[in-house]
Design a protein around this ligand. Structure first.
Ligand code: AHG
Ligand code: MN
Ligand code: MN
Length: 283
């Protein structure tokens, strides 16, 4: 498993370099979710694929930017599911973006995830790795090395509210829930990139990020394998929660298709419990 983390560190440095130096325009292709791919999406995906080709413990790769499963090493034990560059359309306005990784042994269902990680490319490059039974670990890139900064622990409640999705298409009860948080004094913190938005909540002690089901996207936008399950794992390890709109733990999801999405809520305990009340979920 350490080899996988070392490979993530290696690709993070290369992707950061590509973000800083390469063409930000659109490629002439689209991904499995029907979204136009940026040249940076394609390049980041290529960097990750090339790096894992040398890692014999990896059986297969599943990418947000590819249709199927890419088989690598027959005798490998692990499958790595990843979003090579989340929030890529924010790079051209110089906002932070990220890469997200989930590492599975066996079938691609949430309970088989052994570890997850994400990288934030911002003013600094930071990495968070979570493994079972341990607090997520926060690293910062300093002179080509990822140095451990600290463990991440969420408080019971925070102050930040990051509400995703198109507001016009929210349900009335979701709107009331979000409004009530603001009435309680929560502050809006939303960049449009889930990696920096969730990183902020994790490092500032807590709050809530939501991307609900909406009238135009009843199953939400964010993808279970590449975005939702890896972050749910990190929030749980940090002492918080990640749930869907039925209050089910996102770490129990069983995706039917690699590109399935799910409504999702990540946060500290107070805010997630408030969401469950607002959605009429028994606790
Ligand atoms: P992508 O990997 O396609 O760049 O996904 C970006 C995600 C996520 O980072 C963000 O929270 C969400 O899309 C925002 O989407 P909308 O602006 O479409 O609501
Ligand atoms: Mn994404
Ligand atoms: Mn992406």
């Amino acid at each position: 498993m350490q080899t996988i983390f070392d490979t993530i560190k290696k690709v993070a440095i290369k992707i950061d370099d590509a973000i800083k130096t390469e063409d930000l325009g659109y490629s002439d292709s689209s991904n499995s979710s029907g979204e136009d791919q940026l040249k940076l999406d394609v390049k980041s995906d290529y960097i990750i694929e090339e790096a894992f080709k040398d890692v014999t413990i990896v059986k297969a790769l599943v990418s947000e930017e590819k249709e199927g499963v890419l088989k690598l090493h027959e005798d490998g034990k692990y499958t790595v599911c990843y979003d090579p560059l989340d929030g890529s359309s924010l790079a051209d306005v110089n906002l932070s973006v990220g890469s997200i990784f989930g590492i599975y042994e066996g079938e691609l269902i949430a309970e088989n995830m052994l570890a997850s990680a994400y990288v934030v490319y911002g003013p600094r490059v930071e990495l968070v790795i979570a493994t079972k039974g341990k607090k997520p670990q926060h690293y910062r890139l300093q002179e080509d090395l990822f140095n451990l900064i600290s463990d991440i622990t969420l408080d019971e409640r925070g102050k930040l509210n990051a509400p995703g999705g198109t507001q016009q298409n929210w349900s009335d009860y979701h709107k009331s829930f979000i409004d009530d948080l603001f009435k309680e004094g929560y502050r809006l913190r939303y960049s449009g990139g889930m990696v920096p938005d969730l990183h902020q909540i994790l490092l500032k002690g807590g709050g809530i990020f939501s991307y609900p089901g909406t009238s135009d996207k009843p199953h939400g936008k964010l993808r279970q394998l590449f975005e939702v399950i890896p972050f749910a794992f990190i929030f749980e390890q940090a002492g918080g929660q990640g749930v869907n709109d039925k209050g089910v733990r996102l770490t129990e999801l069983i995706p039917e298709h690699p590109h399935d999405t799910s409504p999702c809520f990540f946060g500290s305990n107070y805010e997630i419990n408030a969401m469950k009340n607002a959605y009429g979920i028994k606790q």
